[in-house]
Design a protein around this ligand. Structure first.
Ligand SMILES: Cc1ncc(COP(=O)(O)O)c(C=O)c1O
Length: 364
């Protein structure tokens, strides 16, 4: 088995010993009182995370399951959805809409940039009415974040559409107050800014979506949101939950509450500034313009001549620091550093030192 390295990936990310140990809790009956008490607590803390008084769902699936759930619960054959496409995850989201029988109207920008709010408005105005907007907040594949969640959600609502935000790699490092901003479904994953192990997807669900699903039941079983809400009200899940992960999520949310959500968001702000500044100090250029750069995924171009695979292998083996490469058009040209969850000054300085020393070897 590998020795634990410093995991500076854009997810999964480092998990505290306290959260890892929580997974050793006993196997219990998921239809019994102990589980109900545990799970009701998890749902309450999840509400806090989304800053909602409304409904929340925890799925035993990775983030993709959460996206799949949002799409298959809202899209019916023939429906139109507006999907900003500016990286790998938004491309997949548009494909998922089409797989569900919908038509994805893509609003595109170059990878590394974000479509503008004006582009979104133009597409929405052209359509008049449409079913939903599916917006990836933080394009993990390129390190950019859409800076207009509230405005885009308002625009969607003004067109009678649901606003769905994929915040898988951002919620917890960013605050997304879903009730205040009128977000109908927001999706996140356990393995990113929440700093729990991979394997759970968390969703907020607005009253409007609950009402819609009553009138139009979705054609999916594992991801059937109404069933999760019915069971959730009793402190249960409709299907057998990934119990050790629920224990871990509970503890990770306890850590988040103890730190305080606002403080956690500020910590992500500060640490990403340190990472961007540190990499710039090493002579590296960030992929994103400052106004749209992500504070949870720091993507930077390699200096000329550095071999991506060899560099990252050396960084992991010799320095014990694990980072990610680039996606699509950025493959081989860009590396990505996660700035999530447990991120602190020590992690940042260790990472910058390791990058600097390893890079020096590659430049000679
Ligand atoms: C923005 C975004 N959407 C979707 C996903 C897919 O999540 P998962 O790999 O947990 O299924 C990811 C994963 O990195 C992501 O960053």
């Amino acid at each position: 088995m590998d020795k634990q390295k410093l995991i500076m990936l854009p997810g999964p990310t480092n998990v505290s010993d306290r959260v890892m140990k929580a997974m050793l809790g006993p196997i219990i009956n998921h239809r019994g009182d102990s589980f109900r008490e545990l799970y009701k607590g998890v749902l309450d803390k999840t509400r806090h995370l989304f800053q909602t008084e409304g409904e929340v769902v925890v799925l035993s699936s990775s983030g993709t399951g959460g996206v799949e759930a949002a799409v298959w619960n809202l899209i019916r054959p023939g429906d139109t959805a507006v999907v900003p496409v500016f990286g790998e995850f938004s491309t997949r989201l548009a494909e998922t809409v089409e797989m569900a029988g919908g038509k994805a109207v893509k609003v595109t920008s170059e990878f590394g940039k974000v479509p503008t709010l004006e582009q979104l408005k133009e597409a929405m105005d052209r359509l008049g009415k449409f079913k939903a907007m599916f917006l990836v907040h933080n394009e993990t594949s390129t390190g950019v974040a859409a800076p207009y969640l509230e405005e885009a959600s308002r625009l969607a609502r003004e067109h009678g559409a649901f606003s769905v935000i994929d915040a898988i790699s951002s919620l917890g490092g960013y605050a997304i107050p879903v009730d205040k901003w009128g977000v109908d479904v927001c999706i996140t994953g356990s393995q990113k800014c929440i700093a729990a192990p991979p394997g759970l997807a968390l969703l907020s669900v607005s009253r409007g979506v609950v009402d819609y699903l009553k009138s139009s039941p979705p054609k999916t079983r594992y991801f059937e949101i109404p069933r999760y809400l019915e069971y959730g009200a009793k402190g249960e899940t409709p299907f057998t939950p990934a119990l050790p992960l629920i224990y871990a999520l509970d503890e990770a949310l306890n850590e988040l509450l103890e730190e305080g959500f606002a403080k956690r968001v500020q910590r992500h702000d500060r640490m990403s500034d340190l990472l961007y500044d540190g990499l710039a100090g090493l002579g590296m250029k960030a992929v994103a313009e400052k106004s749209v750069r992500s504070k949870t995924v720091v993507a930077s171009y390699y200096p000329q001549g550095v071999d991506d695979a060899k560099f990252r292998k050396s960084l992991a083996h010799d320095k014990g620091v694990v980072i990610a490469g680039g996606f699509g058009p950025f493959a081989g040209k860009v590396f990505r550093v996660g700035c999530m969850g447990q991120i602190n000054e020590g992690f940042v300085s260790t990472t910058l030192k390791a990058i600097s020393e390893t890079m020096a070897g590659f430049r000679n």
